[in-house]
Design a protein around this ligand. Structure first.
Ligand SMILES: N[C@@H](CCC(=O)N[C@@H](CS)C(=O)NCC(=O)O)C(=O)O
Length: 221
């Protein structure tokens, strides 16, 4: 049994999607940003960085893992699934995993913050995050040309990591059209049809699901 500490956000969805794909037994503890639960002493004892997602693996001496990329790698190595067996392919995958956690995640996150979530409009900030988000999308579009998944024909944690951040472009009124990146759009639609993805994005179930932006804004204040 694994405990997943999460809220309804892209970094959290990476882990619920992976747990669903892997068919692992898990329970969810919702960390409610509107109540600042990420700053509680109990949560900080699990993740000193005070951010979701976090997992505790009760089948491994209650081992605790934070940082979504590290959690994905831990789960993939634990189960020997969603990770290539071939060494070079595994490194290919890790490069795209790091690309997601340091690139498209933070930049699309900041774009959402400055272009949609904050009332104050700061054109220089919006322009910077928009240009870099578009550039990163072009990079992913090039990588996905003639491929089913990010590293080729194998579905891996690199796909799971990138998906929720591409989904942000679908959910919010951002000045980026997914149709301008046809290989990304095709990949996104294919992943959306997988049952583990459609289930993973409903975790944790919350009455405020219809007010996603409210949840996001509460983490900014
Ligand atoms: N690099 C971290 C980022 C985690 C992160 O930013 N989590 C957000 C939700 S998507 C969070 O916990 N926000 C609450 C806060 O910033 O107070 C990861 O990949 O796990």
């Amino acid at each position: 049994m694994i405990t997943l500490y999460t809220d309804c956000t892209p970094n959290g969805f990476k882990i619920s999607i992976a747990l669903e794909e892997l068919g692992l037994d898990y329970q969810v503890v919702e960390i409610d940003f509107s109540k600042k639960e990420q700053f509680s002493q109990q949560f900080i004892s699990l993740n000193p960085n005070a951010k979701i997602p976090v997992i505790v693996d009760h089948n491994n001496d209650d081992y605790c893992v934070f940082e979504s990329g590290a959690i994905l790698q831990y789960l993939a190595e634990k189960t020997a699934q969603l990770i290539p067996k071939n060494d070079k392919k595994r490194l290919d995958m890790m490069q795209w995993l790091f690309w997601q956690t340091s690139g498209i995640g933070p930049y699309v996150g900041q774009l959402l913050t400055f272009a949609v979530a904050l009332e104050e409009q700061i054109p220089t900030a919006i322009d910077r995050y928009l240009r870099e988000s578009r550039r990163l999308l072009s990079v992913l579009n090039g990588q996905l040309e003639n491929k089913d998944y990010i590293i080729g024909d194998e579905h891996t944690i690199a796909d799971i990591a990138a998906f929720p951040w591409i989904r942000i472009l679908d959910l919010y009124p951002l000045p980026i059209e997914l149709s301008d990146y046809p290989h990304v759009e095709k990949w996104y639609k294919k992943l959306s049809a997988r049952p583990a993805y459609s289930k993973g994005i409903t975790i944790p179930p919350t009455a405020e699901r219809q007010e996603r932006l409210k949840i996001f804004r509460s983490a900014l204040i």
